[in-house]
Structure formats: C-alpha cells, structure tokens
Design a protein around this ligand. Structure first.
Ligand code: 5RP
Length: 219
C-alpha cells in the first residue's frame, strides 16, 4: 500500500512524459505540483521556462533555476500540469483548496493540454464533498454569500487568507453539483465573484492517477 504522498509523487513523475522538449509549460499549485517541480529540477535542461499559477509555485520554480514568464509575454502553452481537490470521470474538477484557482483557470485556458495529477482519493463519482472555493472581491463578500445560500450552499469565509490577487475565498459546503458546467456558469455570473473553483467548461484532458498499488492509471 502506497501512502498518499507516494501516490502523488508517482503521478507527478509520470507527468514528465507529457512535457515537450524546449517548451514553456504551465505549472499549477499544491503539494502534488510540488512533487512535479522536484521532477522538473532533473530535466531543467530541456525546459525553456514556465508560466506559474501562484507566487508559491513561482518561488519554487525560481529556486531550481527555471525561468518564470508572465503569461502576457508568451503565446498559448503546449501543456499545463496541475493537481485537483476532486475530479470526476468526465475530468471535471474542483480546484482552489490552495487558493490559486483564478490564476490556475487563466493558465488552463491558455493551454492546449491540461494534465491533472492526483492520488486516487481525488477521483469521485460526484463533485461537491470537497467545499467549493470561490474567489470574491472583498466588498462583495456578504452579497455573494447570500446568493450562494440561495443556490443551496453553505459558504464559509476562509479565515486569515488573502489570495495572490488581494481577494477573499468563500468555501462553499453542501452544494448539489448535478450539472458542473451549469453550476460553474451560474456562480461565475454572480457580481463580485472573480472565479469559482469548478473546472468543468475547461476540464482536464488527461488524468494521471496515482494508485495505492503503486501504478499510475491514465484516464
Ligand atoms: C490549488 C489547487 C490544488 O491543485 C489542489 O488544492 C490540490 O492540491 P494538492 O495537490 O495539495 O492535493 O487547486 O489552488
């Protein structure tokens, strides 16, 4: 039986196969991505650079000598590799447990292939057991919270936390996410919402799932 970290590490190692030579790649955020960054250190010579989804990832990439570029100064990316808090069999995801959801969604939208790396606990039949992170402009916090309650959720203000963009996060418990694409659009249309952590419109293209038996399943 592998531990959760060993499963994350196995998925991250496999992701290296999806990185083309001499490309600028998109790099996500979180503990699974941190294992990926460890792998990137071993193939640094064949990576031209990265676009990062958070200040935390930027610091790690720079520490291993990978140049980090602004998305505005590069074109579309060949590949973006990131983790997930939950992912279903349609490869719709909930992301944002680490709070980087908005930049993650932007980099994902700029990338031709989105590779999700995760341990097997992240694969679910239905999204929503993990509270859905929603990044909100601070002045709109209570308005957005009331609208989320009308959608059936129980928003909780993430304490002592400010996003890299200077906003707050509402973690929404108890949403019944029967139709992820529609739910993503509905929440994104609430005034004051910067971004919700549903990645259903732009879902993953490939899931590399680290299993307890030591294998990595490709879905
Ligand atoms: C950060 C994210 C992460 O991808 C997600 O929280 C998964 O994290 P971990 O790899 O630590 O389980 O969306 O905003």
């Amino acid at each position: 039986m592998k531990t959760q970290d060993q499963m994350k590490m196995a998925a991250a190692k496999k992701a290296v196969q999806y990185i083309p030579d001499n490309a600028i790649i998109g790099v996500g955020t979180g503990s699974t991505v941190n294992f990926l960054i460890d792998e990137l250190a071993t193939i640094r010579d064949r990576i031209d650079g990265a676009v990062s989804s958070s200040e935390a990832t930027t610091a790690r990439l720079k520490a291993i000598g990978i140049p980090v570029y602004e998305l505005n100064s590069v074109g579309d990316l060949e590949v973006y590799i990131d983790g997930a808090d939950e992912i279903n069999h349609h490869l719709h995801m909930i992301k944002g447990g680490g709070g980087a959801l908005t930049r993650e969604k932007i980099v994902a939208a700029a990338s031709r292939q989105l590779v999700c790396i995760a341990d097997e606990a992240k694969l679910v039949q239905k999204l929503g057991a993990f509270p859905l992170p929603v990044e909100v402009l601070p002045m709109a916090r209570s308005l957005v919270a009331r609208k989320l309650v009308k959608l059936g959720g129980h928003p909780e203000w993430r304490q002592d936390y400010v996003t890299d963009n200077g906003n707050i996060i509402l973690d929404v418990h108890g949403l019944n996410i029967m139709a992820p694409v529609e739910m993503e659009e509905t929440i994104n249309h609430i005034p004051g919402v910067i971004c919700c952590g549903l990645f259903a419109r732009r879902h993953a293209d490939v899931l590399l799932l680290g299993r307890a038996d030591g294998t990595v399943q490709v879905l």
